[in-house]
Write a protein that binds this ligand. Sequence first.
Ligand SMILES: Nc1nc2c(c(=O)[nH]1)N[C@H]1C(S)=C(S)[C@@H](COP(=O)(O)O)O[C@H]1N2
Ligand SMILES: [Mo]
Length: 251
Amino acid sequence: MKNPEPRLLTHAQWRRRTLLSFAAFLLMLGGIWLLFRWIGRQPDRDGTPAPLRSALQTNEKIFSKFYDSGKLARSYPLSAALRNPRVNGRLGTRGPVDPANWHLSVVRAPGDTLRLTLDDIKALPKKEIVFDFKCIEGWSQVTHWGGVSLKTFLEHYGLKQKEKLRYVGLETPDGGYYVGIDMPSALHPQTLLCYEMNGAPLSSDHGAPLRLIIPVKYGIKHLKRIGTLFFSNTPPRDYWAERGYDYYSGH
Ligand SMILES: Nc1nc2c(c(=O)[nH]1)N[C@H]1C(S)=C(S)[C@@H](COP(=O)(O)O)O[C@H]1N2
Ligand SMILES: [Mo]
């Protein structure tokens, strides 16, 4: 059989197709522009336009389904830990703090606060971890921490019933920085009330006398200089979530 003649576009056909695809491209650009303008004009919810906040909350629902408390953040050999890790964020940690006069307030119920010293916390079994600490700004660093696991701490202080609530809230003594943590992440075996970095007491910049280390979350949740710890069924206030960031901030 004879091969059919190859069909070539006429110049007019080619022009029409090019114009059509260019028009489609312009329409798409216009659509994207309209979508962003619409998002920008929606009322804010917690520092970000409502549609973006809903998207974050949908992500949270999906990711918390896949959250597995048995899954550990990758740990590294001690030799991989930085000697002088960078410091980021000093909200609520300005001004001196004297570890001898500091105490941790654990709110058990309204009007019933447990006051603990650093020695009380150091008396509990110490756990160490070397992991890749990730900040939401895009950097990460392998760092070495020591403290008591939050789960062990709750068990020791008879706070196991609190595990039924949905959140743990943490605040600096002056209330200048504050975070809310979902309970499954708070109870993760690598979540620490931490008082040591590289085997030495925490420096003030890194959160002395006691900070949170929670490897399943981004840096924003690792509150430095804890003053108060409490439990709640509703999401506790959260400094960066109020300013548009993801409340869950897991990775
Ligand atoms: N009190 C307090 N804790 C804080 C912050 C802060 O500004 N104030 N910044 C957070 C952020 S964004 C990061 S990345 C880590 C940085 O911890 P580092 O300074 O020990 O490296 O601390 C977190 N904890
Ligand atoms: Mo951060």
